[in-house]
Ligand binder design. Structure first.
Ligand SMILES: [Zn+2]
Ligand SMILES: [Zn+2]
Length: 147
């Protein structure tokens, strides 16, 4: 994400916190900024490594808790892909993912044709669908080059 986009998202976050009457702490801001600046979809541990030099004495647990709060506030999304564990995504608009089965990288895919899929009518066990994202598995360019 570009520097000005990150600044805009941080300002948006400040406004959202104000509206919802929740605290806008420096810690939350730094952690959100780390997710937005990441080129990939970081795990909570990667976010922890990135913010450690900036937040004195921060723990893994704290970073995880703040990430959960950011998800609840709608500032960050959680991405689940089999095998890859939980990752966090600063891109909150609808988009899809390319998942590399060798290095577990998760790459954003903008594909407008996938944005209007008809939702299935069947809902096993009363499941209510709220949202969807398509993920394609395969091999990323870097891994293919390595052979
Ligand atoms: Zn790869
Ligand atoms: Zn994404």
């Amino acid at each position: 994400m570009r520097r000005d986009q990150i600044q805009a998202r941080l300002a948006e976050f400040d406004a959202a916190c104000l509206r919802q009457g929740t605290r806008r702490t420096t810690q939350r801001r730094i952690i959100l900024e780390a997710v937005l600046s990441s080129e990939d979809h970081p795990t909570s541990d990667e976010v922890y490594q990135a913010v450690r030099p900036r937040i004195a004495g921060v723990s893994r647990t704290t970073v995880y808790r703040v990430l959960k709060t950011l998800v609840e506030l709608g500032a960050v999304r959680q991405v689940h892909h089999s095998g890859g564990g939980v990752r966090f995504d600063g891109n909150t608009s609808r988009h899809h993912h390319l998942v590399c089965t060798r290095c577990n990288r998760v790459i954003d895919l903008e594909a407008p044709s996938l944005n209007q899929l008809p939702l299935p009518q069947a809902s096993p066990g009363g499941f209510e669908i709220q949202d969807y994202s398509v993920h394609f598995v395969g091999t990323c360019g870097a891994c293919r080059k390595r052979g």
